[in-house]
Design a protein around this ligand. Sequence first.
Ligand code: NAD
Ligand code: IPM
Ligand code: MN
Length: 365
Amino acid sequence: SKRYSITLLPGDGIGPEVISVAKHVLNLAGSLEGIEFNFQEMPMGGSALDLVGVPLPEETLSAAKKSDAVLLGAIGGYKWDKNEKHLKPETGLLQLREGLRVFANLRPATVLPQLVDASTLKKEVAEGVDLMVVRELTGGIYFGKPRGFGTNEDGEEIGFNTEVYATYEVDRIARVAFETARKRHGKLCSVDKANVLEASMFWRKRVIAVAAEYPDVELSHMYVDNAAMQLVRNPKQFDTIVTNNIFGDILSDEASMITGSIGMLPSASLGSSGPGLFEPIHGSAPDIANQDKANPLATVLSAAMLLKYGLGEENAAKRIENAVLETLNKGFRTGDIYSAGNKLVGCKEMGEEVLKSVDSQVAAA
Ligand code: NAD
Ligand code: IPM
Ligand code: MN
């Protein structure tokens, strides 16, 4: 049987709750496909700060680098919000993405027929939405220099960051986006602020240059403010979106709500080589942590992306995706996706139901 080593980074808040569910689901789906997982749990984020004083311990990064794939829950929380920058849980996550060189973040937003009622948009606007945000993840304003705090010429305190992209950074994310669009419906929309920002003018120039390699993909450009509006006006116009680090962060949270809840959206972060990083797009949700209320499906679907994009195990991935659909078909809903007539369950019970559905597909197969 095949064996893979997976680094699990439960993190903070609801992270451990959703990772526990995803681990069980991975184990079962794997065993049905003759796959064995060797899980290694490592500290990360606020819990690592409490344990060893840094948000990304060296042992955690080296374990992650040595494994076949990394599954992260979420990090962050009130307790560490006032920490200095290098001691913030979020800094640990950025160091992890940088350390693994996972520059391409795929964030699919699909409105499942079962969840049309959970969307805050009208049924006719939400139904059938199926888009993919390709977010640049290791550059832009998140990493650009100069950055920091200082004083201006009037002696006023200031904080500053730099949005900067080099040719190789735009070219490689554009290629991932064109390849992604090619496998989907052949439409790519590049989102920028090229009417104002030089970094965006340059981004657009490079995307247009790379487009010459993909004559079969229909490329369009949109300013980010308009894109934010179009996403709620008519999200079905989008197939694949490619954008920079910060616009991708914001637009993917916006896109998540079309699907019913941020608790549903998975992601895959990939580099040119080495293990991928898989995580839900949501955070540690401190407002509902330790109450068994979290929706584990974003993490379960991230585990499916891990199988598909990280390990090339499409059959095991399909088992998980089908099990999620079947669980929703049976009417099980966590609070964030609940609508009248369904069965309200907590995180654990949702996990148990997904496991039952993974199991029952064997009987069907
Ligand atoms: P958040 O995504 O944690 O929560 C936003 C809202 O969505 C909250 O009301 C929360 O209860 C709800 N929510 C999120 N995930 C849910 C789920 N699975 N099921 C049900 N409801 C869910 O964003 P925030 O409140 O802005 O940030 C909280 C902390 O998480 C901060 O410290 C932030 O920096 C961190 N954060 C971490 C990540 C990550 O680890 N990748 C991502 C975003 C935010
Ligand atoms: C996300 C988060 C992170 C980001 C934070 C926690 C660093 O919001 O994964 O979407 O901004 O990338
Ligand atoms: Mn975010």
